[in-house]
Design a protein around this ligand. Structure first.
Ligand code: IPE
Ligand code: IPE
Ligand code: MG
Length: 242
């Protein structure tokens, strides 16, 4: 029982450090992103083996458009490559794919591919892979607020009904439990606009390795270390309370 309680249901990862991984090898940054895709495949597999029900991967932020056009183009290309190559296998393995982030401003071909991935896998219930693409938490919260405001104006909800639960239900992550554990690779100690609302009681693991080096052993060890933590959610720890 205790084991179950401490096992993370939802792990979210800020996959950072592709550029530095490449630079350290004298390679162009785009090579780091390519290797990053291989690390993604491995992480999805490992999450399944570790019994993690929900895995969220931060693939591209709403702020990443500031990068040179060539790099952005390569990242979009790799997303298409990943979906085309891996979607069928994900579906076979019973993985449901969901995409969070702003979609309307994405190129039409990317938008259609993301929709195709979601539609194909909508009835799968073994694991869920959430892909955060063109995702920014402030943008997500603002979009949720806008939808609630529209309902208020239309008389479909009341001011008193605006609660944390209502906001939750209007976020891109509606229906998905908050992340138990948020991992960031590359040694940076920040959230960079990732899941700001959902991370209220998440545990954090900041790892020194660059994303292309994140492997099964590192993932398993990070989850093991998480399982030893005492999460209190504002209450008292098990030891003190009992
Ligand atoms: C993460 O690696 C991938 C994306 C943000 C798309 P980076 O590209 O940020 O790599 P660093 O942080 O510059 O090393
Ligand atoms: C966060 O990494 C976004 C992704 C991993 C997709 P960044 O590399 O964009 O974050 P900053 O700029 O270092 O904060
Ligand atoms: Mg980075």
């Amino acid at each position: 029982m205790e084991d179950q309680v401490r096992h993370p249901k939802h792990v979210a990862i800020i996959m950072d450090g592709n550029g530095r991984w490449a630079k350290a090898r004298g390679l162009p940054r785009t090579m780091g992103h390519r290797r990053g895709v291989e690390a993604v495949r491995q992480a999805v597999r490992t999450a399944r083996e570790l019994g993690i029900e929900y895995l969220t991967l931060f693939a591209f932020s709403s702020e990443n458009w500031k990068r040179p056009q060539e790099e952005v183009g390569e990242i979009l290309r790799l997303l298409k490559f990943f979906i085309r190559r891996d979607l069928a296998e994900l579906h076979r393995e019973g993985v449901r794919v969901r995409v969070i982030g702003e979609r309307n401003s994405l190129p039409a071909d990317i938008r259609h591919l993301l929709e195709e991935a979601e539609e194909l896998t909508v009835d799968n219930d073994r694991n869920t892979l959430l892909v955060a693409f063109n995702y920014g938490a402030r943008d997500e919260i603002a979009r949720a607020m806008r939808r609630i405001a529209e309902k208020l104006v239309a008389g479909e909800t009341t001011v008193d009904a605006v609660t944390p639960e209502l906001l939750d239900a209007h976020l891109d992550t509606a229906g998905i439990p908050d992340p138990d554990l948020i991992i960031r690779t590359s040694g940076e100690l920040r959230l960079s606009n990732f899941l700001l609302w959902q991370a209220a009681y998440s545990e954090f693991a900041f790892l020194p390795c660059y994303w292309p080096d994140f492997d099964e052993a590192i993932f398993a060890e990070t989850v093991r270390e998480y399982s030893l933590r005492d999460r209190r959610f504002g209450g008292l720890s098990h030891e003190i309370a009992s």
